[in-house]
Design a protein around this ligand. Structure first.
Ligand code: ASP
Length: 311
């Protein structure tokens, strides 16, 4: 597969080979001083990013906007469906057709799985999926891989324990397949009702991996090199009483960390509700705020590649 991403839609992590992801991560490394504001760039001067967020977001939207601004470009868009014409009944297709003529690239977050793919059909500009319901979150995966590679030197060979809502958690759907592609070992910890969907398990097994499936975080955490914590996705439960049964089931606190490897890293795409106790934040294991920053250089790299500002 080529590393020329100009004009490409970024819908699923399956759109990328390992080599292509590594290309993004290498460019992201170079973007770090600009992402921090230590160096200036005008690489995307005159370019406009459209950010259409039909679901809440803090990090994804703001890091995309920061990434665009750091490269000299500008952003427009909305962060709530109720302020856009969708509140008057406008279809996604019509909104996309319109925004397509106002910007050079569209970043879309939408509650429906498949929305980004659909948007890609209606847009002549590239579309980046910033989360489609319980589907995929490919740019989160890239920043997750960037974080693991930075903290652990490489992704390959790490024992990654992924805990929480593996059914509805889109970050996990993208990340687990990418981790398998990069040669990490996987353990999925969740209540049976929220375990990783078969579709993803099959894709991982087809790459020659045999992930462990467990309900016990206490068992799994001892051998973990990376602990990837996810929020129980309350908003995706059709029945609120089902959410109540699993809410707060896994919580990482200092007690839980007594038997872990000394170089364990804990990641979390954020937001957190009760998944990680605040006292864990000041331990050397906690990498989730660094992970959130890494969204900026990674998204800078992706914007530059898709808009053709970088090779
Ligand atoms: N921010 C992530 C997402 O949009 C994770 C989460 O919401 O729990 O998928």
């Amino acid at each position: 597969m080529s590393t020329d991403f100009k004009g490409m839609d970024v819908v699923s992590i399956r759109d990328f080979s390992r080599e292509q992801i590594e290309h993004v991560l290498r460019l992201a490394d170079k973007m770090v001083p600009i992402a921090k504001g230590d160096e200036r760039s005008v690489m995307l001067e005159g370019r406009i990013l459209g950010t259409l967020f039909y679901e809440p977001s803090t990090r994804t939207r703001l890091s995309f906007e920061s990434a665009m601004a750091r490269l000299g470009g500008r952003s427009l868009g909305f962060s709530e469906a109720k302020v856009a014409s969708v509140a008057k009944g406008e279809t996604l297709a019509d909104t996309i057709r319109m925004v397509d003529s106002y910007c050079d690239l569209i970043v879309l977050r939408h509650p429906q799985e498949g929305a980004a793919k659909l948007a890609g059909h209606f847009a002549s500009r590239p579309v980046i999926n910033a989360g489609d319901g319980a589907g995929q979150h490919p740019t989160q995966t890239m920043l997750d891989l960037f974080t693991i590679r930075k903290e652990k030197k490489k992704v390959e060979g790490n024992n990654v324990v992924i805990v929480g809502d593996l059914k509805y958690g889109r970050t996990v759907h993208s990340l687990s397949e990418a981790l398998a592609m990069f040669g990490a070992q996987l353990t999925f910890v969740a209540p049976p009702s929220l375990q990783i969907p078969k579709e993803h398990l099959k894709a991982i097994e087809a790459m020659g991996h045999k992930p462990k499936i467990s309900t016990s975080l206490e068992d799994a955490i001892k051998d973990a090199d990376v602990l990837y914590v996810t929020r129980i996705q309350k908003e995706r439960f059709p029945d609120p009483s089902e959410y109540q049964k699993v809410a707060g089931m896994y919580r990482i606190d200092l007690n839980m960390l007594k038997q872990v490897k000394s170089d364990l890293i804990i990641m979390l795409p954020l937001p957190r509700v009760t998944e990680i106790a605040p006292e864990v934040d000041s331990t050397p294991y906690a990498k989730y705020f660094d992970q959130a920053f890494n969204g900026v250089p990674v998204r800078m790299a992706l914007l530059a590649l898709v808009l053709g500002g970088a090779k």
